[in-house]
Design a protein around this ligand. Structure first.
Ligand code: NI
Length: 141
């Protein structure tokens, strides 16, 4: 939580009732006591994720949920990783059920290369979700 005396601005947001109900449910589950703190955290997360400049070295993980029965999908996933410009540090595979697999790939490289790999994997037919979490390597220095 910020301890400085920066001026706090209020703003109004128009949101559909069903959307705000889902949001309220989510923030209660996450333990927030009010909307403002939840929205502030979300803004910070988005800004942190989007603040990387082209060429900036990042580390991250790509979480993929996919249907391994989809023809050629497994081969395509492997080929994308072998040919990626980003460094693939490790990957872990979990068989979720008869159809679905979860794979996490630990990656390192320039932000645009990680996003490119996420985009290519996410575009494959049979991939349900493809989420990239990344952090700047600068925090390590
Ligand atoms: Ni599997």
């Amino acid at each position: 939580m910020s301890q400085n005396k920066e001026k706090v601005l209020r703003f109004g947001v128009s949101v559909e009732e069903s959307l705000i109900q889902k949001f309220e449910k989510l923030i209660r589950r996450k333990g927030y006591t009010n909307r403002s703190e939840a929205i502030r955290d979300m803004i910070r997360d988005v800004l942190a994720a989007e603040s990387a400049e082209k060429g900036q070295e990042m580390v991250g993980s790509i979480l993929i949920i996919y249907d391994h029965h989809r023809p050629h999908l497994v081969e395509k996933l492997l080929a994308l990783q072998h040919d990626a410009d980003a460094e693939i540090i490790a990957s872990q595979h979990v068989h979720l059920d008869h159809h679905h697999c979860m794979e996490t790939i630990i990656v390192r490289g320039p932000v645009e290369k990680l996003e490119e790999l996420q985009g290519r994997i996410g575009a494959l037919k049979g991939v349900g979700q493809c989420l990239l979490s990344q952090a700047s390597c600068q925090v390590l220095h």
